[in-house]
Design a binder for this molecule. Structure first.
Ligand code: AMP
Ligand code: ZN
Length: 110
């Protein structure tokens, strides 16, 4: 399996873990775009939001609640969540992940 996020789950490559349970792992993005920048992933290999369907509904809901919990644990009073989906949507790692970031005093408007 060449997937780098599966390798992080299997501890074949290191990461700065901030949260782990049976289903999910969260770790710091190696190239942060904000003061706090965390990636949340399911431990099982799911490619993208584009490949998700109703079977993944509960997992996706859990990931969103986890985003809020982790952001608050990191001291953020507000945060952003981004899910790049598909190469044309800016996705570079094809193991679904939620970006959770914030902490800048000045919020970049998009
Ligand atoms: P995306 O463009 O949404 O697929 O985002 C992939 C993200 O993974 C980027 O923000 C990268 O900085 C991040 N990333 C890639 N490799 C690692 C790694 N080994 N540890 C932590 N973050 C990583
Ligand atoms: Zn994977």
């Amino acid at each position: 399996m060449a997937c780098i996020f599966c390798k992080i789950v299997n501890k074949e490559i290191p990461s700065t873990k901030v949260y782990e349970d049976d289903e999910f792992l969260a770790f710091r993005d190696i190239n942060p775009i904000d003061k706090v920048h965390i990636l949340i992933i399911p431990k099982s290999h799911i490619e993208s939001l584009l490949t998700c369907d109703k079977e993944n509904q509960s997992m996706l809901g859990k990931m969103l609640l986890l985003a809020s919990k982790i952001a608050q644990e990191q001291g953020l009073v507000g945060f952003r969540t981004m899910i790049n989906s598909g190469a044309e949507g800016g996705q570079e790692v094809f193991h679904i992940h939620f970006h959770v970031y914030g902490g800048s005093e000045k919020l970049a408007k998009i």
